[in-house]
Design a protein around this ligand. Structure first.
Ligand code: LAG
Ligand code: CA
Length: 462
């Protein structure tokens, strides 16, 4: 569960709420050439539809069945996307919502045609099918109202209803079989892995028992024989409760939310960048840490929110994402979302429920240089680390060098770790370059307020 199945590439992008047809085109148009490992897609299963809330993005976190029919498109469109992305070497990772089904008190018919009823004691999801006996019995949940409300007690966190969502009883073979059936269906199509939503609210042994039922990835979609599903688990551990990321190491990577806080502090105060990764604070080991500057929840103040840097402060955001991709910790994901003024707002629409097409500007902007840098320096560690509180620089072995200046300018003679020669800066498309002398040092100058960053690779990054 630890190999993302993309030939050693290092960066995933979350195309939040994008439609399958748009993602397929994006794989072919841009992501393949820019060196992306793959795409995290929004939950593809059938979900509730909530006109009364103006079709919020979070309706997709309330499953009705595992039929592949969602706001992003039909099953046929999903399969076409996976196949087209695989054929240009870009993998698809599904956001898997399997801790729960819909909220209590909800009933109706979803877009794929399946009915659901979670009114009162009813727990009817005939599209799977699940019924009342497949949900966590009330006596297993130690909270007064049946909802999660005590993060110091694992039984409360894992057996009670998360924000009123009907909690699947993952102990049952029947539930494990159904969830594994969903995953095996994805595998057969050629999906390379999953994010397990709300994994913190699931028992690690239930996840493990479910994953033990999975088949290998299909060779006809370009996976070497014996390839396994890649798994990253959403565990929000901010040292604020009983559940720790290391309980989930046996079943894959874990989301490291402390990194979001750390990089935000580091960009505010460059001095902090020197101790970004704090194992004493419980941060996940590097080969289990799944990291990001922000995610779909915390950029909206959902999922507990937090002090994170988002697109709302573009200059800081560029620095945070650049640093994240240049340093050597964890597996990285970047975020591509949509503009919003309200934290519940769904994606741009054609009116009502129908999601608008993504429009690609003529210049195709959004530089791929960072992804290429991270791929080019894979397997090297950070060396020659230098930080004066206003500017920071380091090498990645003898393959790459990175520098960033908080105020927009710096000029310093630094050890680059690179062989002698001239290297061009990927950030300004090689308009500037550095000259490395026989002793490995170079004069590092930055003069760019908006993008105060420099990165070079031995042999070029691309
Ligand atoms: C997650 N990780 O553990 C997702 O990343 C997060 O986006 C999901 O919550 C959550 N778990 C459940 O999958 C989102 C929204 C919630 C929303 C929920 C279900 O952040 O606000 O809850 O999805 O759609 C909504 C209402 C609640 C209501 C609940 C049940 O906001 O007030 O109680 O639905 O009806
Ligand atoms: Ca649970």
């Amino acid at each position: 569960f630890y190999d993302p199945n993309c030939n050693g590439k290092q960066v995933m992008v979350h195309l939040f709420e994008w439609k399958w047809t748009d993602i397929a085109a994006e794989c072919e148009r841009y992501l393949a050439g820019a060196g992306f490992c793959g795409v995290q897609v929004s939950p593809p299963m059938e979900h509730v539809i909530l006109p009364e809330n103006n079709y919020p993005w979070w309706q997709r976190y309330q499953p009705v069945s595992y039929k592949l029919y969602s706001r992003s498109g039909s099953e046929a469109e999903f399969i076409d996307m996976v196949h087209r992305c695989n054929s240009v070497g870009v993998r698809i990772y599904v956001d898997a919502v399997v801790n729960h089904m819909t909220g209590t008190g909800r009933s109706g018919i979803a877009d794929g045609g399946s009915s659901y009823n979670a009114n009162g004691d009813a727990r009817d999801f005939p599209g799977v099918p699940y019924s009342a006996e497949h949900f966590t019995p009330r006596d297993q949940c130690p909270s007064g109202d049946g909802n999660v409300n005590d993060y110091s007690n694992p039984s409360n966190v894992r057996n009670c209803y998360l924000v009123g969502l009907t909690d699947l009883y993952g102990k049952l073979d029947y539930v494990r079989e159904k969830v594994a059936g969903y995953f095996n269906q994805l595998i057969q199509i050629g999906v390379a892995g999953i994010r397990i939503d709300a994994a913190k609210h699931m028992w690690p042994e239930d996840i493990s028992a479910t994953l033990s039922r999975l088949t290998d990835l299909p060779t006809d979609q370009g996976f070497p024989a014996g390839s396994k599903f890649y798994v990253f688990q959403e565990v929000i551990d901010q040292n604020d409760g009983a559940i720790k990321v290391d309980e989930y190491y046996n079943t894959g990577y874990v989301t490291e939310f402390r990194y979001c806080s750390k990089i935000a502090w580091g960009i505010k105060d460059y001095g902090q960048l020197s101790n970004l990764i704090d194992y004493g604070w419980g941060m996940a080991r590097s080969d289990r840490a799944f990291i990001f500057t922000d995610n779909h929840d915390n950029q909206r103040g959902h999922g507990g929110g937090g002090n994170v840097i988002t697109h709302e402060s573009p200059r800081d955001y560029k620095q945070a994402v650049a640093y994240t991709l240049a340093q050597d910790y964890g597996f990285t994901r970047i975020m591509s979302s949509y503009y919003f003024t309200n934290t519940d707002q769904g994606p741009p629409s054609n009116g009502g429920y129908s999601t608008a097409d993504v429009i690609i500007n003529g210049d195709g902007s959004c530089g791929g240089g960072w992804v290429e840098f991270r791929n080019a320096v894979v397997g090297t560690s950070m060396e020659n680390y230098w930080n004066n509180g206003n500017a920071v620089a380091f090498s990645r072995g003898n393959k790459g060098f990175f520098a960033m200046a908080k105020q927009g300018s710096m000029s310093e003679s630094l050890q680059t770790g690179l062989p002698a020669g001239s290297y061009c800066n990927i950030i300004d498309d090689c308009a500037s370059s550095i000259q490395v002398g026989a002793d490995g040092t170079a004069q590092i100058s930055i003069n760019n307020y908006e993008e105060p960053i420099l990165a070079v690779c031995a042999g070029g990054c691309g």
